[in-house]
Every structure is written in structure tokens, then in C-alpha cells.
Design a protein around this ligand. Structure first.
Ligand SMILES: Cc1cc2nc3c(=O)[nH]c(=O)nc-3n(C[C@H](O)[C@H](O)[C@H](O)COP(=O)(O)O)c2cc1C
Length: 184
């Protein structure tokens, strides 16, 4: 069974981005094993840039060891996030920065690829205003995926959530994006 790692970046009960992510990943359609994390509940230590990972393999902090084991085992990586001040919410950014260990593995330790199992990824981004945030967030993840053996296959971007309700049309759109991710 293929494994999906879902990383949610919103803690809201009826989070648009989380619900769109659920429409994208349909385990009953594709027989997927799902591991789900919410960045807010992970309470990770932010990267301090201490350089430990340049000299050693891994990270000086062990609070994300379980997450990274699930990440390395995954076939698919789905990240859902609202736009907060042009970027991603702080807890998700803390998780993102902790992937520094793979940059170190690639460039300080010369391991190629630093993540053995290739992954296909999807982003789900929601924004309150029109057109906000997508470009920056996609760029950030695309850059990071280069050291994660991960290919960004598709992005679901739903904007103007401040003024319009996310509904059936958007959920169907997310499901269609899921086909791009899982049917290839
Ligand atoms: C702290 C904060 C900052 C936000 N910053 C932006 C922003 O810069 N641009 C934007 O379009 N929407 C912004 N929003 C609105 C959210 O992106 C929008 O409500 C989104 O749909 C929430 O997704 P969720 O339902 O998954 O939590 C912000 C919301 C909050 C609470």
C-alpha cells in the first residue's frame, strides 16, 4: 500500500486548506495509508542554524525523529496551508526550516540523493484575498523539494476565502488535482 504523509498548516476546526486536502487525498479511491500531522500540534523547536547537521547526520534536536521517519517512508507528500502574511503560518515554517538536515546531508556530507525514496507532492494553499501568497509559497517548497527527492506535481490554490465560501466546486477541483498526484 502506498503511503501518504499529510502535513496540515491550519488549526482551525473548519479549515479550508485542511478540508481541501482531504478532498485531494481519497484513501478509499487509491488504497492509501495515511499519516497525518498538524504543524501546530507538533510543537517543534525552530532551527537555530547551529550547524550540527553539517558535522553529524541528523539534527541536534530529536523532537521530529518520528515525523522524519514517516517522511522518508512516504510515497506522497501533501502539504496544506493558509497564507499568513504572504507566507505560511509560523508553526509550519518551523517544520519547513527543520528540513535543513537534508541540505546538510546533500551538500556537507555529499549524499545524493539525501532522501532515498522518491516522492510526489501536492500543495494546497488558501488565501483570504485574491491571488495572495501562492508564488512565494510554491517557490519555497520547490526549492526545498530539490534536496528531498520530491517532485511538486500539482498545487491547489483557492483564494478570496474572506469573501466567498469554499464549497462543492472547490472540493471537486481538489479531487481532480488528486488524480494528477495519484494516477500516473
Ligand atoms: C494571521 C493571519 C494572516 C493572514 N494573512 C493573509 C495574507 O497575507 N493574505 C491573504 O490573502 N490572506 C491572509 N489571511 C487569511 C487566510 O489565508 C484565509 O482565511 C485562509 O482561507 C484560512 O485558511 P484555513 O481555513 O485553512 O485556516 C490571514 C489570516 C490570518 C489569521
Amino acid at each position: 500500500m502506498k503511503k501518504v504523509l499529510i502535513l496540515n498548516g491550519s488549526l482551525r476546526k473548519k479549515s479550508n486548506s485542511t478540508q481541501l486536502g482531504n478532498s485531494l487525498v481519497m484513501p478509499q479511491e487509491y488504497e492509501l495509508e495515511i499519516n497525518r500531522y498538524n504543524a501546530y500540534n507538533m510543537n517543534v523547536k525552530p532551527c537555530t542554524g547551529c550547524g550540527w547537521c553539517d558535522k553529524n547526520v541528523g539534527c541536534v534536536f530529536d523532537d521530529m525523529d518520528g515525523f522524519f521517519a514517516d517522511f522518508e517512508a512516504a510515497d506522497y507528500f501533501v502539504i496544506t496551508t493558509p497564507v499568513y502574511n504572504g507566507g505560511v503560518p509560523a508553526p509550519l515554517k518551523a517544520v519547513v526550516d527543520r528540513f535543513q538536515r537534508y541540505y546538510a546531508l546533500r551538500f556537507a556530507h555529499g549524499v545524493k540523493p539525501p532522501v532515498a525514496k522518491p516522492k510526489r507532492a501536492a500543495l494546497v494553499i488558501t488565501a483570504g484575498s485574491k491571488g495572495e501568497g501562492r508564488e512565494y509559497i510554491e517557490k519555497m517548497f520547490r526549492q526545498q523539494f530539490t534536496v528531498m527527492n520530491t517532485m511538486l506535481v500539482t498545487t491547489v490554490f483557492v483564494d478570496s476565502t474572506d469573501t466567498k465560501q469554499v464549497g462543492e466546486e472547490e472540493y471537486r477541483l481538489a479531487f481532480e488535482h488528486g488524480k494528477r498526484l495519484f494516477e500516473y
